[in-house]
Design a protein around this ligand. Structure first.
Ligand code: C2O
Ligand code: CU
Ligand code: CU
Length: 552
């Protein structure tokens, strides 16, 4: 077992009726170059209790980074810890060398210069460490921060976007404290922290406001809703804005998921309302439910407060209505799917003590588990044959949930996403287009329960450019295909008897599969294929693979 069971402070600390604390709002940085100093310090979460923490730029958690779609972000990650770390830009579509997964270690004292073009649309993303086997512990110590991407489409909408005034980051985490003030490392905590603030309240103006909810917890799943049962509008999920707001009174969030919600507080000056987690509504297999076999936690199986909102006077320039339409969606097309992969979770146990696998495999930093072609659209089917729920996350971009168990996705998981909770016995179908090369630095896919991720419930994949990986000629001279480029008729001459031709496009989709004449020369009619490069595989008594081009 990787975590210690120390003497916990009494249950009273999480629920003591003492004064509430103003919600900390992390500084927002809007810079050309961000310096992120990963460091250690002390923090007082509770009066009289000093807690050693990690964080970025001198504080528990880190600043919120404001990025602009289309710009290039320059970031220097300066590691002042006494252990190695990495920073991963969760949800950001960046190439492998910028992704900050486990292979990209930043050693103590080292600075990692990273830059990437901001390709994601406006949305809420986050950064967190991702070092091999140390992710949960470093996040638990306080390393994490929010990323807000802005773009023109979002700017054109009448939405709350004054950071800290009507647009509020809400990073939800649970923690346990030892009697000496130190964090206890483990899957589930007894104290809830929002942006590092215990028992928080926030003052919000009597108008439409936005909360950017991020579950930054190691393991716990939240079931958000308001104490008075009011509904709210989800306007964005992991990968950005939705087509239109979704009105709901519940929002379930597992580890790493984000949602932006709008609340209309018009006419409520002087009132207060309470954002809750209704954990009694979670299924037994979800971390945070009342299931007796979970590690004990004072917050499990009960409904508990997350954030108190006190409504103050309107600002001078309030947003007063919730838009009815947001941004047009552009999900990958099912017709373009070139391949389906099945990823099946196995294993039994609870969060801290179980061992879980993906396709019976566990993480090996020296093994690449999948190769995906650049530009390909694939369907991934995630099946959970284990006995608890796991949040599936993939690096390298966003996906859309096609369906779960044949039903449409839940309202809170529409739009572009990069984490999806897959409950015991469920089968979730995802569609994703792979638009970033890994360039020797593989992308991860894993369970975002950080305890599981560190216990190797993670595999890796590479994205390769298929046209670069197939030479025009394969080196042997026994096969000639001419002319290429061609307007449509290819002649094949070969040293070996030709039995079959398989033609695929650069995404790996099969364009044609044909039996050949079992002799040394044959022809292929390609006049119906769209112009472009193709991979021609010739099978017979030998095998040959080459690239052919159909011209305009
Ligand atoms: Cu949030 Cu692999 O990460
Ligand atoms: Cu990620
Ligand atoms: Cu898991």
């Amino acid at each position: 077992m990787k975590y210690r069971s120390l003497l916990l402070l009494p249950f009273a600390i999480a629920f003591h009726a003492g004064a509430q604390n103003p919600l900390a709002i992390p500084a927002a940085l809007d810079l050309d170059t961000f310096d992120l100093v990963v460091d250690e310090h002390m923090h007082q979460f509770y009066p009289g209790l000093t807690t050693p923490t990690f964080g970025v730029n001198g504080v528990f958690l880190g600043p919120t980074l404001i990025l602009h779609h289309g710009d290039t972000a320059h970031i220097r990650v300066i590691n002042q810890l006494e252990e190695f770390t990495t920073l991963h830009w969760h949800g950001m579509q960046v190439p492998g060398e910028s992704d900050g997964g486990p292979p990209r270690m930043v050693m103590p004292g080292e600075t990692w210069h990273v830059k990437y073009k901001v390709k994601n649309p406006a949305g809420t993303f986050w950064y967190h460490p991702h070092p091999h086997e140390q992710t949960a512990e470093q996040v638990n110590m306080g390393l994490a921060g929010m990323i807000i991407v802005q773009d023109d489409a979002e700017a054109a909408l009448d939405l709350p976007r004054t950071y800290g005034v009507d647009d509020i980051p809400v990073v939800v985490q649970d923690r346990s404290f030892a009697a000496n003030g130190e964090f206890v490392f483990g899957p589930l905590g007894d104290s809830l922290l929002v942006n590092g603030t215990p028992r928080p309240y926030v003052e919000l103006p009597a108008q439409v406001v936005r909360l950017r909810l991020l579950n930054g917890s190691n393991t716990r799943t939240y079931q958000y809703g308001f104490e008075d049962g009011r509904s709210f509008s989800i306007i964005a999920n992991d990968g950005g804005l939705l087509a239109s707001p979704i009105t709901t009174d519940r929002l379930r969030q597992s580890n790493g998921e984000r949602s932006d919600i709008l609340l209309d507080l018009a006419g409520m000056e002087g009132d207060s309302l309470l954002l809750m987690s209704f954990a009694t509504e979670l299924t037994h297999s979800m971390p945070g439910s009342d299931y007796a076999l979970w590690e004990p936690s004072a917050l499990s199986g009960i409904d508990f407060p997350v954030l108190r909102i006190r409504v103050t006077a309107q600002t001078s320039d309030p947003v007063t209505t919730i838009p009815t339409t947001l941004v047009a969606q552009n999900p990958p097309a099912e017709l373009d799917i070139s391949r389906t992969r099945y990823k099946s979770f196995g294993g039994t146990g609870t969060v801290g003590t179980g061992m879980f696998t993906i396709n019976d495999l566990m993480f090996d930093i020296d093994v690449v588990n999948d190769t995906v072609w650049l530009g390909a659209t694939e369907k991934w089917v995630i099946l959970n044959g284990s006995d608890i729920a796991h949040p599936f996350h993939i690096h390298g971009g966003s996906f859309h949930v096609l369906h779960r168990d044949g039903m449409p996705p839940h309202p809170w998981e529409r739009g572009a996403k990069d984490v999806v909770l897959v409950d015991m016995g469920e089968q979730v179908h995802l569609i994703m287009k792979f638009d970033e090369l890994t360039n020797g630095w593989p992308f991860m896919y894993h369970c975002h329960n950080l305890m599981h991720e560190d216990m190797m419930m993670m595999l890796q994949y590479v994205v390769e450019d298929r046209s670069a990986s197939v030479a025009d000629q394969d080196g042997t001279e026994e096969v000639t295909v001419f002319p290429s480029p061609s307007f449509g008729l290819f002649t094949i001459q070969s040293d070996f008897a030709l039995k079959e031709a398989i033609v695929t496009d650069l995404m790996g989709r099969t364009v044609m599969r044909r039996t050949l004449n079992n002799s040394f020369q044959d022809e292929l009619d390609a006049s119906a294929w769209p112009p472009g490069p193709y991979v021609l595989e010739l099978l017979g008594t030998d095998r040959s693979v080459r690239k052919v081009v159909v011209r305009q």
